[in-house]
Design a protein around this ligand. Structure first.
Ligand SMILES: Cc1ncc(C[n+]2csc(CCOP(=O)(O)OP(=O)(O)O)c2C)c(N)n1
Ligand SMILES: [Mg+2]
Length: 674
């Protein structure tokens, strides 16, 4: 065996033994895939990946996503060994309380980790988003002689990833977009959790499927030992920049484990102390040594740092020259990667006069276009509903994956991939993504929304057709439980504006909110523009809830809290009650989460604890509203599916009328007197 070959093997076995030791110490985790995928990971990281362990944020680094997040020890080993800020103590704390090495990879917890993975399929789709961001930014920023954006996106995907529908959606789109700098390495070991993949995945030829998507498909028949074949395959993949590449690497799960290799027994439980020792022996390792990193292996891995620093320095030199030649673009780049908004970004936000009637989805469309003109890195798209969601950037052209030109991404009818791709764009940094569809189909996006929330990604969702008021399309298309169910999710903010001017404020709030996802929930139907000379300004939206209207001359005896289109019913009820001498306050509460983060004083000023008669109105699930109206309050909502009928009929039949709201207030007040 050549010296190099010996060193390679030593390094690969270092990854393997470090991973199984950590899993064993935690007494929990997945040893099988790190054992089997270590060779491809090593060849990718040591010979191909352009990255800099001493600056994990280098903007033009290659991106790497471990889509099978259960193999987390594989990436932790790589990060530690190549010199990222992840210590041996971190490795030894695998899966422990507050460690940097959680069970499945969570971005922000581990330096050098690009994205959160664990729910299978998410990582592969997120990687597609990163590759899209690379293309879009290359188009925006690169200039003749200056290629400041030019990197690959790699993902190691597993059988489970390939079985999940989301990867099919995302890969189909990647093929269509010809994302030539996207490369998947498929750890094809024919084993998943329950046993051999033949249990459920026996007839599908993944390679042929990807060929049909328009990918280049390359096979490596021995991924356990043939490092040169893996390397050649990666070179071939890199060389083809007109199509994405899938490298199908045949591997053995649990490689080296005498009793568990090739079986699901290696997948998701520690090997056991004895089997760890036997595996080490089989790999030519000293079974008495734990968490052992031989000096030669360490030195070899650490060469990544030097290579990375050099690569980044060269890039930086190029960038400095670019910034001298194109100072404005250089500054725009800096802002975009820092997540800052350009000065004056919101100067042209439209506003609407009272007397007009306009759907909030339509107002939102005008706002998007005003922002897009000032924020060139805002890109977005929709799942084949742009004429309904009003999310097209008018002079933005359709996104072309070959050139990166165009700001409107046509996702096709692929909501789930759309949401994960948006996460990938957000993880990449440099561009701000928004994605759109009907609100009811947020259910098709939910697993990726959860990743955005968990990872605090500034992903923007534009969801239109927000209630039974959408009408004739019927209950399949009418959201009822979606708004409340998303409010239940931590870290996401849900904003449901009540008129066009609140819609503009919703976008202002959202663009500034860069520490978590925001869902903007918009009406299909026209809504009157509120007369802001009579009512409080729409800028109150930024505080989540605000007093929209108070009774004249006397303190309120009751409060009506409403969101979106139901705010207008609340105002109608307020008028009806005023005629009867009942003074009522109306609170517009477009965003619970923002209101929750206000000071107690502010919240008390909007919802004084002395006023117990409170009615909430929202055309959706009532569960949760008692938090704001209290035990004595009433909630007018919808705890059943909607109906196929004109929107106005639906609203009336379901009790969304000023009269019904007023009646509830009166009932509360008379109950109080009794
Ligand atoms: C969406 C989702 N469903 C189920 C799981 C639970 N799970 C984790 S790994 C796994 C099997 C994965 O098999 P494979 O991807 O081939 O990984 P390998 O066994 O080869 O390591 C399953 C079902 C998950 N993580 N995500
Ligand atoms: Mg497998």
């Amino acid at each position: 065996m050549s010296e190099n070959r010996q060193l390679d093997e030593l390094c690969i076995n270092t990854i393997r033994t470090l991973s199984i030791d950590a899993v064993q110490k935690a007494n929990s985790g997945h040893p099988g895939m790190p054992l089997g995928a270590a060779p491809m990971a090593y060849v990718l990281w040591q010979r191909n990946l352009r990255h800099n362990p001493s600056d994990h944020d280098w903007p033009d680094r290659d991106r790497f996503v471990l889509s099978g997040g259960h193999a987390s020890m594989l990436i932790y080993s790589l990060l530690h060994l190549t010199g990222y800020d992840l210590t041996m103590q971190d490795i030894k704390s695998f899966r422990q309380w507050e460690s940097h090495t959680p069970g499945h990879p969570e971005m922000r917890l581990t330096p050098g980790l690009e994205t959160t993975t664990g729910p299978l399929g998410q990582g592969s789709a997120t990687a597609v988003g990163m590759a899209i961001a690379e293309r879009a930014l290359a188009y925006r920023f690169n200039r003749p002689g200056h290629k400041i954006v030019d990197h690959y996106t790699y993902s190691i995907v597993s059988d489970g990833d390939m079985m999940e529908g989301i990867s099919a959606e995302a890969s189909s789109l990647a093929g269509h977009l010809k994302l030539g700098k996207l490369i998947f390495l498929y750890d094809s070991n024919d084993v998943s959790l329950d046993g051999p993949t033949s249990l459920a995945f026996s007839t599908e030829d993944v390679g042929k499927r990807y060929e049909a998507y328009g990918w280049q498909v390359i096979h490596v028949s021995d991924g356990d030992t043939d490092l040169d074949a893996i390397d050649d395959a990666i070179s071939e993949a890199k060389a083809n920049t007109s199509r994405p590449s899938l490298i199908i690497v045949r591997t053995t799960i649990g490689y080296g484990s005498p009793h568990k290799h090739g079986t699901a027994a290696a997948h998701g439980s520690p090997l056991g102390e004895e089997e760890v020792a036997l595996t080490k022996k089989a790999l030519g390792w000293d079974p008495e040594k734990f968490f052992h990193v031989p000096d030669e292996a360490s030195a070899n891995f650490r060469s990544a740092a030097e290579r990375g620093q050099q690569a980044q320095q060269e890039w930086q030199k190029g960038f400095d020259a670019y910034a001298r030649e194109y100072p404005e673009l250089g500054e725009e780049w800096r802002q975009a990667f820092a997540g800052e908004l350009p000065p004056g970004w919101d100067t042209d936000l439209p506003s609407w006069e009272a007397g007009e009637e306009i759907a909030t989805r339509k107002a939102s469309g005008a706002v998007i276009n005003a922002i897009a003109a000032r924020v060139p890195t805002l890109i977005g798209g929709d799942a084949d509903l742009s004429s309904s969601t009003n999310t097209t950037i008018k002079d933005g052209a359709s996104f072309d994956g070959s050139t990166g030109h165009g700001r409107n991404i046509h996702f096709g009818v692929r909501e789930h991939a759309m949401a994960a791709i948006a996460n990938g764009i957000a993880c990449h940094k440099g561009a701000r993504p928004f994605v759109a569809t009907f609100f009811v189909f947020s259910d098709y996006m939910r697993p990726s929304i959860r990743i955005a929330a968990l990872s605090k990604l500034p992903t923007i969702y534009v969801w239109t057709h927000d209630s039974v008021a959408l009408g004739e399309d019927g209950p399949t298309h009418q959201p009822v439980e979606q708004l409340m169910s998303l409010r239940v999710m931590p870290e996401i903010s849900m904003v449901r504006p009540c008129d066009a001017n609140e819609a503009a404020e919703a976008w202002r709030f959202t663009m500034k909110h860069n520490h978590g996802p925001v869902g903007i929930v918009l009406s299909r139907q026209n809504l009157p523009v509120l007369d802001r000379s009579r009512f409080a300004p729409a800028s109150g939206l930024s505080r989540g809830a605000y007093v929209l209207s108070d009774p004249e001359g006397e303190p309120p005896t009751a409060i009506i809290i409403a969101t979106g289109s139901e705010v207008h019913l609340a105002l109608g009820a307020q008028e009806l009650l005023a005629e009867k001498g009942v003074p009522v306050r109306v609170v517009s509460m477009p965003c619970w989460e923002a209101f929750n983060s206000q000071s107690e004083e502010y919240r008390e000023s909007v919802l004084p604890s002395s006023v117990r008669a409170r009615v909430a109105v929202e055309a959706g699930a009532t569960l949760g509203w008692h938090r704001w109206v209290g035990d004595n309050g009433a909630v007018i909502g919808l705890d059943r599916f909607g109906a196929s009928a004109p929107g106005k009929t639906n609203m009336e039949k379901f009790g969304f009328t000023p009269e019904n709201v007023a009646r509830h207030v009166e009932e509360l007040l008379s109950a109080k007197k009794e």
